[in-house]
Design a protein around this ligand. Structure first.
Ligand code: BG6
Ligand code: MG
Length: 218
């Protein structure tokens, strides 16, 4: 990859740590249905859409619901999730994210969001990060969730960038698979033992610069 035209960022777990609020809200739903949800089980839900997450949770609890009940439980979960998210402030942006995005901007690298979340704009507004993103591809715009590449392909198209010159930042296995299926360079945020299909894996943006990224690609 000679130059980087665009960077596409996942939201939850990459820009901001919302996983704890998703967990609290899903756990309440599970408890209401008579079972518990462990932190380990919550890992299975990363990068997965709301309704797919609900199906996984229901299969964990061996509970079956009608479509109507599922929609009602998912809506209730989302209301609680958004209530919990109200306590977030710009300080909740993960360490190093803001300076890294500033560096990209200064180097004229285009910036997009590629998230399964239907709440992406609300969350970005809460942490005062909305203005960094030239395009937002969220759960309202996609028909196929990660690991399908759709979310990142739309992002690259919006930014007029070649797929081979896009870099994706992702904390979920499904997200890394989506990036690779889109023909993009995938930076895993988290643990190398989990994100085995990523091109490189870093702990976070705290000690990561554009130069680190350029070096890693060569
Ligand atoms: C992803 C999260 O970013 O968004 C998942 O990793 C979540 O855990 C999904 O289920 C959908 O989010 P929302 O906000 O539309 O319920
Ligand atoms: Mg994520």
């Amino acid at each position: 990859m000679p130059t980087i035209q665009a960077c596409l960022f996942d939201l939850d777990g990459v820009i901001v740590d919302t996983a704890k609020y998703h967990y609290q809200a899903w756990r309440k739903l599970a408890n209401d249905l008579g079972f518990d949800l462990s932190l380990e089980q919550n890992e299975l839900l990363k990068g997965i859409s709301r309704m797919e997450s609900l199906d996984i949770i229901l299969s964990i609890g061996k509970v079956s619901l009608t479509e109507e009940q599922k929609i009602s439980y998912a809506t209730e979960k989302n209301t609680l999730y958004l209530e919990l998210c109200q306590q977030m402030t710009p300080d909740d942006t993960l360490p190093g994210v803001r300076p890294f995005l500033e560096e990209l901007k200064a180097s004229s690298i285009r910036i997009g969001l590629g998230s399964a979340s239907k709440n992406a704009r609300v969350i970005l507004e809460r942490i005062d990060m909305l203005s960094y993103f030239e395009t937002i591809v969220d759960g309202n715009r996609i028909t196929k969730g990660k690991p399908d590449p759709e979310v990142f392909l739309i992002g690259a198209n919006d930014l007029n960038a070649d797929h081979a010159q896009c870099v994706v930042f992702e904390d979920a296995v499904a997200g890394i698979q989506a990036a690779k299926a889109a023909g993009m360079f995938a930076v895993g945020i988290g643990e190398a033992s989990v994100l085995t299909e990523a091109d490189i894996v870093v702990e976070g943006f705290k000690n990561f610069s554009l130069q680190n990224l350029l070096n890693a690609e060569m």
